[in-house]
Write a protein that binds this ligand. Structure first.
Ligand code: AKG
Length: 305
């Protein structure tokens, strides 16, 4: 991460890294996403790992974009992003959650910019990201190092003009000491968006890297008729931090590299250490056994009915 980029990130709480994805990667991500959307029209796909698809799902199995395979797996630790993530989070960090968000012309009632996050727990107890006491939304620069509670990478699959909508934030708010005044938190139309909120234009293949500590949100979509913004969010934490209650189970995604498996480890201060890897592998083995036992039980029940 170049020192100019470090300066801008510290000043504003976000940066745009251009052309992180090459055309074949955009095409693959797009094709897999569209195939998935054909079966599931939800505007948010994957999850912040708080939702199961089925109450009988085993722990750690909340929906994820990783199930779409291909380039979705490569995005776990994209080499072009590694220097940014290690600068902002330290040597060891983990993928906490992921999801895709589709912005398009929406019914009036769904078109609201909810600014959330904000430095030093500025979001307060009613924040969208949870009752923020400053613990999870932290940002700090000291001893020549960045410290962040959550770093979001927004991979853009479409061109977005600033006037279309999409990502917006209050630059510098990751360092603010006061909560965002409530009148500015919600904007139902683009006209209501306060002028100190910066709307960020991007091209397909760019990535917006932001700290969740920067007050941010999605501006109501006003792009040309039929247009969409499709964005893939991969969100990373320091090892000892967890946002989501549902961890990844690396065994759900065959063919991962050793590095990718490490990035999916559940939280612990030790990070990817042989002691923690052994403990979590035991938990994963138990999950596999539970699934097998449930399948056998279902078979027995089926044959006795
Ligand atoms: O649409 C966006 O880029 C903002 C998404 C957002 O608010 C978030 O990821 O917390």
């Amino acid at each position: 991460m170049h020192e100019d980029e470090q300066y801008l990130f510290d000043l504003r709480g976000f940066i745009v890294v251009r052309n992180v994805l090459q055309q074949p990667q955009i095409d693959d991500l797009s094709a897999r996403l569209e195939a998935h959307r054909a079966e599931n029209a939800s505007p948010i796909l994957g999850s912040d790992r708080t939702m199961f698809r089925d109450e009988n799902d085993t722990a750690w199995s909340a929906a994820s974009l990783l199930e779409l395979g291909g380039t979705y797996i490569d995005l776990i630790d994209l080499p072009a992003l590694t220097p940014y993530l290690t600068t902002l989070l330290g040597e060891h960090f983990r993928l906490d959650h992921d999801y895709a968000k589709i912005d398009s012309k929406m019914p009036e009632r769904e078109k609201t910019l909810y600014l959330h996050g904000g430095g030093q727990g500025a979001g307060g107890p009613a924040d969208l990201v949870g009752p923020s006491d400053g613990g999870q939304c932290f940002y700090r620069y000291s001893n020549g190092r960045f410290f962040n509670g959550l770093i979001a990478v927004a991979f853009e699959l479409d061109d977005v003009n600033a006037s279309d909508g999409g990502f917006a934030c209050i630059p510098g708010s990751h360092k603010s000491n006061l909560g965002l005044p409530s009148a500015w938190r919600h904007s139902k139309t683009q006209a209501e968006v306060p002028d100190f909120v910066e709307r960020v234009a991007v091209c397909a293949g760019d990535a917006i890297i932001f700290t969740e500590a920067c007050a941010h949100g999605t501006v109501p979509w006003e792009g040309r008729p039929g247009s969409e913004r499709r964005t893939l969010f991969y969100k990373y934490c320091p090892h000892a931090v967890a946002w989501s209650p549902c961890y990844y189970n690396a065994d759900n995604y065959p063919g991962l590299t050793a590095k990718q498996r490490q990035m999916l480890l559940p939280p612990s201060a030790y990070g990817p250490h042989k002691v923690t890897e052994k403990i979590w592998q035991k938990a994963q083995d138990e999950q596999r056994e539970l699934r097998q036992l449930r399948a056998e039980l279902a078979k027995i029940k089926g044959s006795s009915e």
